[in-house]
Design a protein around this ligand. Structure first.
Ligand SMILES: NC(=O)c1ccc[n+]([C@@H]2O[C@H](COP(=O)([O-])OP(=O)(O)OC[C@H]3O[C@@H](n4cnc5c(N)ncnc54)[C@H](O)[C@@H]3O)[C@@H](O)[C@H]2O)c1
Length: 270
């Protein structure tokens, strides 16, 4: 490996099991020499799998509901104590739609579900940055990354209200990133990842067809969770210091393809 994160300290949100994108990022960050705190919602802890990752990476776990300012304040304070100083990188890898979970169609959303999903999936990013910014918890040239999906910009009918949540999340990255850059020289970006077979991803209706379609549209094929971890590590490293306020596509080229030969072939009579 390259020691890209040697001596860097971080907080990683959202590792639920070995399929999680955050799990792969934690493994790669460890390989690259970082130390970090792992966090997830208290309810996710009950599944117990996070302990395995903590042991493997020599990390401590601090539970935090990412919608709770109290939990986030405790998380940031304790992380700085455990890691022995300010933070260099933060991964926000959190998403959840109650409308999706309960099978509500987009045209028949239940609005308290909408509000909850928006708070967890989008506003939590603002809350995380609010605590980090106001506590001056980030080192200069630190890097904050949140994960997003292309449905924020183009229609994917079954992505439901997560499309709106992702649009809001990407906007927060730009708006908060401006102040974080100007005042504390911290960069903030979103990575727009290919469909990936994880717990959250598989919750999207018709996910198998969806992932195959994206794969056949992309000249390089879908990016895996492991690929996403590599890219995220580069965004945490000192090699990307002047990249900020961006929504970065990590999707094998999908976002710029109108149609591929493979997909055309399925419509062409031989
Ligand atoms: N899987 C995909 O196809 C895909 C594609 C693009 C982007 N993403 C995004 O990647 C991120 C990670 O998702 P994943 O695919 O690894 O799935 P995942 O299910 O492994 O991770 C989602 C995480 O969010 C956490 N979470 C939910 N509510 C929370 C709360 N209140 N407080 C703190 N954490 C909470 C869950 O416990 C879980 O660890 C999400 O933002 C997701 O939208 C996923």
């Amino acid at each position: 490996m390259y020691n890209l994160l040697k001596g860097k300290k971080g907080i990683i949100f959202g590792a639920l099991n070995e399929h999680s994108i955050a799990w792969k990022v934690a493994e790669r960050a460890h390989e690259e020499g970082a130390t970090f705190v792992l966090t997830n919602a208290p309810i996710a802890m009950r599944m117990g799998e996070l302990n395995t990752l903590a042991e493997k990476t020599g990390s401590q776990i601090i539970p935090a509901d990412a919608t709770s300012m109290e939990d986030l304040t405790n998380l940031v304070e304790k992380s700085m104590e455990i890691l022995g100083g300010k933070i260099d990188f933060v991964l926000h890898s959190i998403g959840m739609s109650v409308n999706v979970r309960k099978g509500r169609h987009y045209t028949d959303s239940k609005y308290d579900f909408t509000t909850k999903g928006w708070d967890v999936s989008a506003v939590s990013f603002h809350k995380v940055m609010n605590v980090l910014y106001n506590k001056k918890a980030m080192n200069e040239w630190g890097s904050i990354v949140a994960l997003t999906y292309m449905a924020s910009q183009r229609v994917f009918p079954d992505y439901n209200d997560m499309a709106d949540n992702k649009a809001y999340l990407e906007s927060i990255a730009r708006s908060f990133g401006y102040f974080f850059g100007r005042d504390q020289k911290v960069r903030v970006n979103t990575i727009s990842q290919s469909p990936t077979p994880t717990t959250a991803g598989s919750g999207v209706k018709g996910f198998d067809g969806f992932i195959k379609y994206a794969d056949e549209m992309s000249p390089l094929g879908n990016a895996t969770a492991a690929d996403c971890a590599d890219y995220t590590i580069s965004m945490f490293s000192d090699l990307t210091k002047k990249v900020t306020l961006q929504n970065l596509f990590h999707d094998g080229g999908f976002s710029n393809v109108g149609v591929s030969d493979k997909v055309m072939d399925t419509f062409t009579e031989s």
